[in-house]
Structure formats: C-alpha cells, structure tokens
Design a protein around this ligand. Structure first.
Ligand SMILES: *Cc1c(COP(=O)(O)O)cnc(C)c1O
Length: 372
C-alpha cells in the first residue's frame, strides 16, 4: 500500500536538487556560516524576501519564535503589558509574549475562517494592552483591515504572525505588509522552508529594523561595539542560501497548493465534510488544508489504515494548555475554538502531491463520511 505523507520534503528536494546543492556548496566554499552583518548569503536573502513581499526591511534571525520575541522587544513590549493573540495557533504565538515578560490575552476565532475574530478584540483591550498579534492561520489571511482599524483607534501595535502564510494576500497585497512588523518562520515544513530552523522579521520602519538587528546579534553595531545586550539569534548562511534558492519557486508552489485545495474542494463537496472557505478578500496560501469532520479521531484512524497521513492543528486550543491554566479559563470563554479542535483534520497538501493520490484521499474520505 502506498503511503501518503502530510508533507513531502524529499519530493521537493528531488525537484530542485541542483539549485539547493549549488547553494550549499557555495556557502561551504566561502565558509560563510554565521549570519552576522557581513554575511552575503543572509543579506541577499533579506533583500530578496523584502522585495518579494514589498516591505522595506527584512531582518533574518534564528527561527520564527525568536522573530516574535525580537519584534515585541524592539517595540518595547515587556513586563506589565498585554498582547492580544488568537485562541487557536501554534504555541509560539503566546509563548513569545510570555517570554518577553508580557501577558498573552486570548481572543476566540472566527468559526468560519479560523483566524482571530475581529469583532471580539475590543472586549479584550485594557489599559495594559500594547499590541495585537493576528495569525494568518493555515495560510488564511486574518481580517487584517478590521484589525488594523481597531489597533489604530486604541493606539496598539500590530504584529502579523505570518509563519504559515508565505505568499498569502489580503486585498491583493501580501500578508506581512500590513502591521508595524510581521514575522515569518522558515521551519522546514512551512511553505517556504529552510534546511533547519530559520525565521525573520519584516517592517517598513527603519528604526525598528535596526533595533531588531541589534537584538538578534548581541546588540553589536560593529566589532567591539555593543550598544545594548541582545541575544544570539542569527540565520545561518546555509539556511539563507537554501532559502534564496527556493524563493523563486514560492509563487509556483502557492499556485500548486491552491490547485490541490481546489481539487479537494471539488471532490469533497456534498460529502457532508466541511471544506475550508477562502475569505472573500483574501488569497489563502494553504500551508494546511483543514477540513471538519464528525467523529474526527475515527476518521483519522481510517485514513491511516488506507496509508494516508493526517494531522490535527491543533488538538488543544492555546487557552486550555497547561501553562495557561493559571488564567482559569473555561470552555465557554472560547466556544468557536473549542468546537473547532474536536473536528478539525489536516489533509496532505504539497505542490508535488499527485492527482491520483489526491483522488485516493478524497475517495477514502467520502467513503468514511458516508458510513458515519
Ligand atoms: C511555526 C510557527 C511559529 C514559529 O516558528 P518556528 O520557526 O518553529 O519557531 C510561530 N507561529 C506560528 C503560527 C507557527 O505556525
């Protein structure tokens, strides 16, 4: 029986082997391993990615979680401050807030699009609120114009968590270009992935860029001169070179992912399975293809028996995780996130996914749904 994984990085490598191998060889030849201010590979990626998005600046760093912490610190968010985050995301979103000494304040998700429910943000704003951090979850853009409007009204910073949304758009503009700053992760399984951990912060604000750059590299402005204490969170030369080699394929990959999503949608409609909806003003980049299905755990097992991997993103909503028990939330506080976590199921999606395998998945799923 053929095994269909959730993502297939080996297939991707096979398709771009020459580009990647050459990139790796050059970094090794030049011994350009550490991403300090002089690393040509890291600087080249920063320029290329900023230009791809249409932002002025990009600061490469060690990973997406660090990128959030660095952006928050650079904006002066810390002890005693609150940051509004969605109830459904990967833990980095709230963890980074806690790690700078601030408090994450969760807001429920929109049950239809899974991103932060903008109608519920204002209820959560207090005198301590400093920033709102929408997540473009699964590749679906958050309702960013409404969020920016609320943030402006209350004098809050907006940091976009674009870790799952490379190439996604809202009103024809790339996500990551709307807030005061945005962060991306290049974890290998993300839409644009490195060959290890990597991340970046993007912004149009030059002072903020410089501040992030200082924080990410020990506060060092030049050899022997440290303006402040920072940390070590630099992107490796190897990761930057791999990302440079991959970036020219990003739009093609997003197109292919959207095509996989389209085929899923066509073949699953009418099956009783809830398929993901694209926000009318958004362009979904489908990092994940998340359906909703009753008896989800049984469906997941039946898929596994047919050789099909699936995932749950995420099995527990953030407010219900152990580190946040101290806030004393109940399930009634986040009804949409609570309802979603028991039914969501992520199906295999990657540019190299074969039509035949895709149809095997949809047929298996339709069978499962019919016998429920
Ligand atoms: C992956 C991810 C991150 C963090 O990225 P790392 O590079 O793994 O640290 C942050 N937010 C979200 C929503 C993510 O999916």
């Amino acid at each position: 029986m053929k095994h269909i994984p959730l993502v297939d990085l080996k297939a991707q490598y096979a398709a771009i082997k020459n580009e990647v191998d050459n990139a790796l060889r050059s970094v090794i030849r030049d011994a350009a391993f550490v991403g300090n201010r002089n690393n040509p590979y890291v600087r080249a990626f920063e320029e290329a990615f900023a230009s791809y998005l249409g932002t002025k600046h990009c600061v490469a760093c060690g990973n997406g979680t660090d990128a959030i912490e660095i952006a928050l610190k650079a904006l002066g968010v810390g002890k005693g401050d609150e940051v509004i985050v969605p109830a459904l995301s990967w833990i980095s979103t709230s963890e980074a807030v806690s790690n700078v000494g601030a408090t994450p304040v969760f807001v429920d998700i929109d049950p239809r699009y899974y991103t932060m429910d903008s109608a519920k943000i204002e209820d959560k704003i207090t005198a301590k609120t400093k920033a709102v951090m929408p997540v473009h979850l699964y590749g679906q853009p958050a309702e960013i114009d409404a969020i920016i409007k609320i943030a402006k009204k209350h004098g809050l910073f907006v940091i976009e968590d674009c870790a799952q949304a490379h190439g996604a758009e809202y009103d024809g503009k790339k996500v990551g270009t709307f807030g005061d700053a945005a962060i991306f992760s290049f974890f290998p399984g993300k839409i644009l992935g490195a060959y290890g951990d990597a991340g970046c912060i993007v912004t149009n604000d030059e002072a903020l860029e410089e501040k992030c750059r200082l924080i990410a590299n020990h506060g060092q402005i030049k050899k022997g001169e440290h303006l402040e204490e920072g940390r070590n969170s630099r992107m490796d030369g190897i990761q930057a070179a791999v990302l440079c080699a991959k970036l020219p394929f990003l739009d093609k990959w997003v197109f292919a992912r959207r095509n996989v999503a389209k085929i899923y949608g066509e073949n699953l409609s009418g099956s009783g399975i809830v398929i993901p909806e694209e926000r009318p003003r958004g362009k979904h980049s489908f990092h994940l293809y998340v359906i909703r299905i009753k008896h989800r755990n049984a469906a997941k097992e039946k898929l596994a028996k047919a050789g099909i991997d699936s995932g749950i993103h995420y099995p527990v909503a953030l407010p219900f995780l152990k580190p946040y028990e101290k806030f004393g939330y109940s399930e009634k506080d986040f009804p949409a996130a609570r309802a979603a976590i028991s039914e969501i199921l992520s199906l295999p999606i990657y540019p190299e996914l074969k039509k035949k395998d895709l149809l095997h998945i949809t047929k298996t799923l339709a069978d499962i749904a019919k016998h429920e």
